[in-house]
Ligand binder design. Structure first.
Ligand SMILES: Nc1nc2c(ncn2[C@@H]2O[C@H](COP(=O)(O)OP(=O)(O)OP(=O)(O)O)[C@@H](O)[C@H]2O)c(=O)[nH]1
Ligand SMILES: [Mg+2]
Ligand SMILES: [Mg+2]
Ligand SMILES: [Zn+2]
Length: 423
């Protein structure tokens, strides 16, 4: 991406995705709300049950006071005064950048969704509830996921300090230090906050600026987007002539998409052919590009991009195309029903309380794999040395060298047991 291109794009869309990670109820969504003013768990079922079920998005702009020293120099669009001036010295604040937060669920049943979210992150906030002993099972499992997927820019957030004593906060800090020793988060800063009461959020914003930079992208690569939701945006009863085509919501992970261009969606839609279920790629045209309410001519990596198409909206309704990969025609990797994976297993199962060794993968066993935001379930048909051959129920769009997260069912739940690379 040239400097001019970057300067133009940054005015319109976030160019960095900052994820959340951490055990259920440790305060991830509350923290994203403190930073952005937006409750990212908007789905009706999520509101009813008080837990995050899907990948959520919320954007914010970061501002800085040119006069005040850090951390108090830092604000977001949600924390700054309405008049746009520093609350300590009255100086007009300077725009720094737009950022997008990718909020994932912490519940142990939703690990595969967390893994899909991880594929979108340029950095992450590992949220830890100071009232609980650290680590909790998904604190461990999520940090392992970040490490497996290669998310290295991590800021640790010690949350809920409003309800712990000074002594407990100190003890928890030591627990965190011991826990991250020897991991990717070993040198991550630990920022104590209260997400609920918005305490010390300026220090956290400062840490984001310091530890999670906006990545440099190569926009000359063929564009690729992961679909994480899809919709029919027409209200019931809309007349055919007023109907708009299906909409895809996703994150661009490389290159750039341009308005009016033709796209291919893989693996595409499920069809019955000679009694067999097969997936066929879908071709359509980009009729609109948006991030939030901002229309775009070009969409770069970062944030949630809504792509309007000419597709029949019945194909995109109710997240039907989730897990698909989008690119320009002819540039995407193949959709594979069979994959060979070079595997590396963890020593122990990190996502449960009890100590349990990870046993080798056996022929015949059923595994769940995540590649990018796609997930699929497959049967191991053969295992030799560390190479596992999987027959998949839903094809994955993947090429040699792609990273795979591998989960196995333990006590009825999918637990992360290792990773690998497509051979
Ligand atoms: N006292 C206190 N409570 C908090 C704080 N942050 C979050 N909570 C509470 O903790 C509970 C869980 O918060 P969420 O933000 O939903 O936690 P989460 O990590 O997003 O949960 P999942 O997405 O389901 O894993 C809610 O009742 C919050 O109000 C905090 O700083 N202090
Ligand atoms: Mg949540
Ligand atoms: Mg919750
Ligand atoms: Zn100031």
């Amino acid at each position: 991406m040239s400097d001019d291109e970057f300067a133009e794009a940054i005015k319109k869309q976030p160019l960095v995705n900052i994820g959340t990670a951490g055990h259920v109820d440790h305060g991830k969504t509350t923290l994203v709300q403190a930073l952005t003013g937006i409750w990212a768990s908007r789905h009706s079922e999520e509101i009813k049950r008080g837990i995050t079920l899907k990948i959520g998005y919320a954007d914010a702009e970061i501002y800085r006071c040119p006069k005040c020293p850090p951390p108090q120099a830092y604000y977001t669009s949600a924390t700054m005064p309405k008049d746009g001036k520093c609350k300590y010295c009255g100086t007009p604040l300077e725009f720094v950048r737009k950022v997008s937060f990718v909020d994932v669920p912490g519940h142990e049943m939703l690990m595969s969704i967390m893994l899909a979210g991880t594929a979108l992150m340029d950095g992450a906030l590992l949220v830890i509830d100071a009232t609980k002993e650290c680590p909790q099972p998904q604190t461990r499992e999520h940090l392992t996921a970040l490490s497996i997927i290669g998310v290295k820019n991590i800021v640790i957030v010690q949350n809920k300090i409003d309800v712990v004593s000074k002594e407990r906060a100190k003890e928890n800090y030591e627990e965190i230090k011991r826990f991250v020793e020897g991991t990717v988060a070993e040198n991550a800063p630990i920022i104590p906050v209260s997400a609920l009461h918005k305490v010390n959020i300026d220090a956290l914003i400062w840490a984001l600026e310091k530890y999670i930079p906006t990545p440099k992208r190569d926009t000359s690569k063929p564009p690729r987007m992961y679909v994480i939701r899809s919709f029919d945006v027409n209200k019931p009863g809309t007349s055919v002539k007023d109907m708009v085509g299906g909409v895809l919501g996703g994150t661009v992970v490389q290159g750039k998409f341009e308005l009016g261009h033709e796209i291919e969606i893989r693996p595409g839609i499920k069809l019955k052919k000679d009694g067999q279920e097969v997936y066929e790629p879908v071709y359509t045209t980009i009729t609109s590009l948006k991030t939030g309410n901002q229309p775009l001519e070009k969409a770069y990596p970062g944030g949630l991009i809504a792509v309007g198409t000419t597709l029949d909206p019945s194909l995109t309704k109710a997240d039907a195309l989730i897990g698909n990969v989008v690119g320009y025609p002819g540039t995407l990797p193949p959709a594979l029903y069979d994959v060979e994976i070079d595997t590396y297993l963890l020593e122990r199962v990190v996502g449960i309380d009890q100590p349990l060794k990870v046993e080798p993968i056996k022929a015949g066993e059923i595994l769940l794999i995540n590649i990018g935001t796609s997930l699929s379930i497959g049967q191991a048909t053969s295992t030799r040395d560390n190479v596992v051959h999987l027959k998949l129920r839903i094809p994955v769009v993947a090429e040699k060298g792609d990273r795979v997260a591998i989960s196995r069912q333990i006590a009825g739940k999918w637990r992360l047991i290792g990773y690998g690379y497509v051979k």
